[in-house]
Design a protein around this ligand. Structure first.
Ligand SMILES: Cc1cc2nc3c(=O)[nH]c(=O)nc-3n(C[C@H](O)[C@H](O)[C@H](O)COP(=O)(O)O)c2cc1C
Length: 283
C-alpha cells in the first residue's frame, strides 16, 4: 500500500486528517503520511479531498467516481420503496435476466462491512435441479431433528427443558408433509437463490445481513421478488455435519444469509402498516 499527497494541489484543508480512522494523515506545516500499512482501504480520504490530492495505490483514478446527487432518490421516494418491499410468497416461472441479478448482487456487495474487510462473497444459483436439492436438503435436516425430538426416550428427558424447540415440532412435521405432497415451502418455486457467505469472522453475520438488505431493496426497485430463506439458514446452523451445504456447493467458509429471488406472480398496490413503532429516545 502506498499513499502520498500531491503537494502542488493540496490546499491543507485537513479533511483527510478528520475522516481517517487510522490516523494516517497528520499536519506538520503540510499533510504527512504515517503508518500507511494500517490503512483499511475505506477510501474516505479520496472521497472527501476537494482537490483530488490524495494518491492511493489501491484507488487509481478509475476507481474514484463523482456522485450525481440529483440521481439519489429523495427521502419520500426511498421511504416509498422501503414501504413497498415485501417478502414474495408466489413466483412466476419466468426467469430473472442475468444482468438484473448482477445489479442486485452489486448492491449487496456495496454494503458496509466491519473494518471494511469486504470478506462477504456471493453465490447465485439458478440451476433448477440444484435449487430443488437445496429445498430437499433443508427439509431433510428438519425431518432429522423432528425424528430425534419424537424419540420417546429423548422426549421424556428433553421436553421439560426444551419446550421452545418442542413448540416448533408441529411446524417441522407440517413442513415435511407439505414437501412430500409437492409443495416447495422452502424456496416457493423461486428461480434463483443468492447465498451470502464469507470466511468466519467476528462480524460475518452482520456483514451478510447488511448486504442482504441492500440487495432486497435493489430487487424491489427492479420489480424482482425476494424473501429471506430463514429455513435454509436454520438448517445449515442445525446440521451437525459442519459446512455440509457449503462443501456440496463448493463454497469456502460459512453461509450466513440467503435470498430467494424470482419474478413475482402477482403484483400488489398497497402497503400495510407494521405494528406501532416503539422508539426509546434518550436525550
Ligand atoms: C431472518 C428472517 C427469516 C425469514 N425466513 C423466511 C422463510 O424461510 N420463508 C419465508 O417465506 N419467509 C421468510 N422470512 C420473511 C418473513 O416472513 C417476512 O419478512 C415477514 O413476514 C414480514 O413480511 P414482509 O417481509 O413482506 O414485510 C424471513 C424473514 C427474516 C427477517
Amino acid at each position: 500500500m502506498n499513499i502520498s499527497i500531491n503537494k502542488e494541489e493540496c490546499i491543507k484543508c485537513k479533511k483527510c486528517i478528520s475522516v481517517c480512522i487510522k490516523d494516517i494523515f497528520t499536519y506538520n506545516g503540510e499533510i504527512e503520511i504515517n503508518n500507511e500499512d494500517e490503512c483499511i482501504e475505506c477510501g474516505h480520504c479520496l472521497a472527501y479531498c476537494p482537490t483530488n490530492s490524495v494518491i492511493h495505490s489501491s484507488f487509481p483514478k478509475t476507481k474514484v467516481h463523482n456522485i450525481s446527487r440529483e440521481n439519489i432518490p429523495n427521502s419520500n421516494d426511498l421511504m416509498e420503496l422501503i414501504k413497498s418491499r415485501r417478502s414474495t410468497r408466489v413466483f412466476s416461472k419466468n426467469l430473472i435476466p442475468d444482468e438484473t441479478l448482477k445489479t442486485i448482487i452489486e448492491a449487496a456487495h456495496r454494503a458496509p462491512t466491519a473494518k471494511n474487510k469486504q470478506l462477504v462473497e456471493f453465490t447465485i444459483i439458478t440451476n433448477k435441479e440444484i435449487l430443488s436439492e437445496i429445498s430437499t436438503y433443508t427439509v431433510s435436516v428438519f425431518s432429522k431433528i423432528a425424528k430425534k425430538l419424537n424419540n420417546p426416550f429423548i422426549k421424556s428427558i428433553a421436553k421439560p427443558f426444551a419446550s421452545e424447540v418442542y413448540n416448533l415440532l408441529p411446524s417441522f412435521l407440517s413442513m415435511q408433509e407439505k414437501f412430500k405432497n409437492g409443495e416447495d415451502i422452502i424456496l416457493r418455486e423461486a428461480t434463483a437463490l443468492l447465498l451470502i457467505h464469507s470466511e468466519k469472522n467476528r462480524f460475518a453475520i452482520q456483514d451478510a445481513n447488511l448486504a442482504y438488505q441492500n440487495a432486497s431493496l435493489m430487487a424491489e426497485s427492479m420489480g424482482i421478488g425476494q424473501f429471506y430463506t430463514g429455513f435454509i439458514i436454520a438448517a445449515i446452523d442445525n446440521d451437525n455435519r459442519k459446512n455440509y451445504l457449503s462443501n456440496k456447493l463448493g463454497i469456502k467458509g460459512n453461509i450466513y444469509a440467503g435470498m430467494a429471488l424470482g419474478i413475482p406472480k402477482f403484483s400488489y398496490s398497497k402497503y400495510i402498516d407494521k405494528k406501532d413503532i416503539s422508539i426509546n429516545w434518550i436525550k
